[in-house]
Each structure stands twice: as structure tokens, then as C-alpha cells.
Design a protein around this ligand. Structure first.
Ligand code: SDX
Length: 470
């Protein structure tokens, strides 16, 4: 379905986004912060706090987060407009190439992203791991490693694989050949070099920096995530449907159902909202790895590792656990009182940069509201969430500028779309792969290895002690 047809059929969602934009404009102007939006002349003097607070890592044109006023911009476009009028495919193109695609550019981009979703051999390999028992982000990282280590051409339809293993079924592989009769012979009978390597196969590691690799990762991440979800639910992966958009295909491969236009649109808006967000921990982690000239697959693997943390992308899953723990609206006040006494962090609130309402939460909250109708359990979670939001913004909001962030309502939205809780953070990674790869690609144009210092406060010239004097 084309973007215009989808938007035609989901005008309610567009109206809801524009209403949120109007509210945001009422509460604050979108004037950029002059000290954070000008070209750099290195070296620069800065006041830096713990956790590199206030540090500037590089110059970028990809995206800007106005933390004081609660605005988010991708390549000059305001996030509200991108959610109201664009699609995840267009936004991924925008982040990578710097401009919104015209018709033919979008067609070509879609073709490559759709092809990148086809990873049959990587999925086959994935199923050799205990995915059903693993942390979902650990599984995702295995998948990304596999994409790279198999030099990805082996996922292409043309490449025939013929690796057979001859073994005596009940034999145990032995390090050394057993004496006497041979018990177990593991042989990889690989076809000789006649294995058909498609001409476009990328073989050297250095093309791990290419734009092709960025598109490969953006496309394949959705298939990996959906496959992990299916395997965890005891099913085999569902094959991609090339007629569907990125958002619709993700939901289809995960749930086995073709999403309604409303479900597809809301998934698409959620992917746009999670696509990029400045120098967040996972983006910075992926850039640090890339800055050593390692390749983009390892970099995205580092991003996955960082995003997994509950202080970062893992918060969306923790929020739902927290809402379940609170249980009812009546419990909110007491729960929050105890949480404050124990100095516990409320999941889904607070942000290193936003000291105003996260614009993404401004859109995700009404989306959640729209989706929960008719779903008693989700409605209960939303009511608890809204009551807790009032409590927190009334106190921590006023005292420390702590408001809902992107993770606070996303879990309720994902749950209504049929996404299992354990998959919330991998779905965040599906979206963020666009921002990770775009920022890596931009930084590599003027790369310098990231290498901060640490303040040493240890001793000097201690006399070495032999063991019997210690
Ligand atoms: C994401 O960076 C990004 O852009 C990330 C992200 C993206 O798109 O990539 O936006 C996605 O990660 C969103 C954040 C998801 N995480 C959570 O919801 C977890 C809960 N939030 C907190 O852990 C915290 O707010 C952080 C990690 C998000 C930010 O931490 P900071 O900037 O290091 O702030 P801090 O821990 O130093 O807190 C400052 C003060 C402390 O109080 P004092 O010691 O000064 O008295 O604010 C308090 C904190 O206790 N505080 C909270 C709180 N967050 C901060 N108190 C209660 N609940 C919270 N959630």
C-alpha cells in the first residue's frame, strides 16, 4: 500500500499527531539552542559532567534534540511533521542520504530494503542456537554477527549452499581420532569452489562500511527480530511479504496476521519516532566501535548491546512490568510514595537531555489511548500510566525536569499491536538501525578514533612487594 493510500485510510492518526504538535507549540517555541547548533572549530572548551554529560562528540547534520524545549529534528524536519506526513522508509532514506527521496529514489530504496529482508540462510543458522531461552537482544546480536560473518552473499537466492555433515549419529565429536576403528567422522563436504558466488557478493571486510551494508542491516533487522519472536513462541519464522511496507511486514512476520491500516500506520509512526536521537548511549557505542575502523556490523552489534540496558532502550519492557506491579489506579499513590522513599528510578521517566516533555511521548500517549479502546487490560495499564504520570510530573517534573520519555507509552502501544513484551527492545533496535547506520556513515567521512581520558587518582612509585611480604 502506498504512503498516500495508507495515510488516506488513517486520517485519525494524522489528526492525532497534528493535535499533539499544536499542543507542543502552545507550550514552547521550537527555537534552536544557539550554543548547540553551530559549526565546530576544534578544540572547544566545555563543562563536562559525569557520564560525559555536556560533552560534544562530533558535528552532525543528521538530527538535533532540543532538550530544554522538548523538540526533535531529523535533517531539518520536525518529528511531528515526519510522523504526520512521511513513512519509516522515507525517514530512513532522509537520515542516510540527507534529503527526502523523490518517487524513483524511494522505489529503488524500497527495492533494496525489501531484498535485504531476505535472509534465509542466516535464519537457518539462527535456529541452531537456543533462541527460545536467550535474552532477545543477545539473539539479535547473534543474528547481526551472522549477517556479517557469512559475508551476507550466502543469503542471496543465487548462492547454493551444499555443506553436508556425515557423522555417525550417536557418536560424540572427538578432538583426536579414536584409536582403532574410527567412530565419528565429521566432514564438511563443501562443494569445491564451484559454489556459485553471485557477482555482487561482497567479500572483503572493508565493504562493511558501505551504504549497501547500512541498507542490509536496516532491512535484515526486521526479519531477525520477527524470527526471534516466532522461535521464542515455539513457531518457525514466517517468511517476509514483499508487498508489505517495512512496518506492516514486521508485524506480519511477528504475528502471522496482515495488520489493519491503523495497526500498520501506528507501527510506522513508532518506527519513525525511534529511528534516531542524537548521541544517545547506543548510537555513541556504535560510533566508538566504527571509529576504530571495525565494520558496521560490529558497530551495530555494540549498539544492540548498549540499547539492551534498562536505563536506555530496555526501559520500555520495564515500564510494563512496573505498571503490572502497581496493579490498579488506586495503588499508584502508595507505590510512588514507597518508590520515592527508596530513591528508585521510575521507568519511562527522565532523560539526560530532555528537561521538558519528550515530543515522542506526546505522540505515543495519544496513540496508546487510541489503541486501548475495547482492550480492558491495556485500558487499565493506560489508566495507571496516566495517573502515575500526574504524580511524577507534579513532583519530580517540577523539582528536576523529569517527564515521560519515549519508553513510557511505547510498551502499551506495542502490546496492543500484538508484540510480545520481550520483543519491545528489539523492535526499538529495528527502528534505531537507521540512526545508528546513518551516524556511523556520516562520522566515517571524517573519522577520528574516540579516545577520552580518565582522571587518575591512584598512588605513584609504590615499592613492589614480593609474594611473602603481601
Ligand atoms: C532512552 O539518550 C537518549 O536519547 C536515550 C533515548 C533514545 O531515544 O535513544 O531517548 C531512549 O533511553 C530513554 C530513557 C529510558 N530510560 C528510563 O526510562 C530509565 C529511567 N530513567 C533514568 O534512569 C534516567 O532518567 C536516565 C538514565 C534516562 C537519565 O539519567 P541521567 O541523565 O544520568 O540522570 P541521573 O540518573 O543523574 O538523575 C538526575 C537526578 C537524580 O536525582 P539526584 O541524585 O540529583 O537527587 O534525577 C533523578 C535522579 O535520581 N532521576 C530520577 C529519574 N531519572 C532521574 N528519579 C526518579 N525516576 C527517574 N526516572
Amino acid at each position: 500500500m502506498s504512503i498516500s493510500t495508507l495515510h488516506e485510510q488513517t486520517k485519525d492518526i494524522t489528526d492525532l499527531i497534528l493535535k499533539a504538535k499544536e499542543q507542543a507549540f502552545k507550550e514552547t517555541d521550537s527555537e534552536p539552542e544557539p550554543e548547540l547548533t553551530h559549526p565546530l572549530k576544534w578544540p572547544i572548551d566545555l563543562t563536562i559532567g559525569p557520564g560525559l554529560e555536556g560533552a560534544i562528540a562530533c558535528e552532525t547534520k543528521i538530527g538535533y534534540v532540543n532538550g530544554r524545549k522538548g523538540w526533535l529534528v531529523y535533517r531539518g524536519y520536525n518529528i511531528f511533521d515526519l510522523c504526520a506526513y512521511s513513512s519509516y522508509e522515507e525517514v530512513s532514506y532522509l537520515l542516510l542520504y540527507g534529503n527526502l527521496p523523490n518517487k524513483s529514489e524511494l522505489e529503488q530504496f524500497n527495492k533494496e530494503i525489501i531484498e535485504a529482508r531476505h535472509i534465509p540462510n542466516t535464519l537457518r543458522l539462527m535456529m541452531g542456537f537456543p533462541i527460545q531461552d536467550m535474552n532477545t537482544m543477545a539473539s539479535l546480536r547473534i543474528g547481526v554477527n551472522m549477517l556479517r560473518q557469512r559475508l551476507n552473499w550466502r543469503d542471496l537466492a543465487e548462492a547454493e549452499l551444499d555443506i553436508t555433515i556425515d557423522t555417525d549419529e550417536d557418536a560424540i565429536p572427538q578432538e583426536v581420532m579414536p584409536y582403532g576403528e574410527e567412530k565419528a567422522i565429521y566432514e564438511f563436504k563443501k562443494k569445491s569452489d564451484s559454489v556459485h558466488k553471485p557477482s555482487k557478493a561482497r567479500e572483503t571486510m572493508d565493504d562493511g562500511e558501505s551504504l549497501d551494508s547500512c541498507l542490509h542491516l536496516i532491512g535484515a533487522m526486521s526479519t531477525l527480530t520477527a524470527a526471534i519472536s516466532r522461535i521464542r513462541e515455539g513457531h518457525i519464522p514466517i517468511e517476509w511479504n514483499d508487498d508489505l511496507s517495512h512496518a506492516a511486514n514486521l508485524l506480519y512476520m511477528m504475528t502471522g496476521k496482515i495488520p489493519t491500516p491503523i495497526e500498520e500506520r501506528i507501527m510506522d509512526v513508532a518506527l519513525i519516532l525511534h529511528a534516531d536521537h542524537g548521541m544517545n548511549a547506543s548510537t555513541f557505542a556504535s560510533m566508538v566501535v566504527a571509529s576504530t575502523l571495525s565494520d558496521i556490523y560490529f558497530s551495530v552489534g555494540a549498539g544492540i548491546g548498549a540499547l539492551n540496558g534498562p536505563l536506555h532502550g530496555g526501559a520500555n519492557e520495564q515500564v510494563l512490568k512496573m505498571l503490572k506491579e502497581i496493579g490498579t489506579e488506586d495503588n499508584v499513590k502508595e507505590w510512588y510514595k514507597v518508590s520515592r522513599e527508596n530513591k528508585k528510578k521510575v521507568m519511562g521517566f527522565g532523560h539526560r537531555v530532555y528537561k521538558a516533555y519528550d515530543p515522542r511521548a506526546r505522540i505515543l500517549a495519544p496513540l496508546a489511548e487510541y489503541l486501548v479502546s475495547g482492550n480492558a487490560e491495556a485500558t487499565e495499564y493506560l489508566n495507571i500510566a496516566k495517573k502515575l504520570e500526574d504524580e511524577v510530573t507534579e513532583s519530580l517534573g517540577k523539582e528536576k525536569g523529569i517527564f515521560p520519555n519515549v519508553d513510557y507509552y511505547s510498551g502499551i502501544v506495542y502490546g496492543c499491536l500484538g508484540i510480545p513484551e520481550a520483543m519491545f527492545t528489539p523492535v526499538f533496535a529495528v527502528a534505531r538501525t537507521a540512526g545508528w547506520t546513518a551516524r556511523i556513515y556520516e562520522y566515517m567521512e571524517n573519522n577520528r578514533i574516540f579516545r577520552p581520558r580518565a582522571m587518575y587518582t591512584g598512588g605513584f612509585e609504590d615499592k613492589f612487594k614480593p609474594m611473602d611480604e603481601r
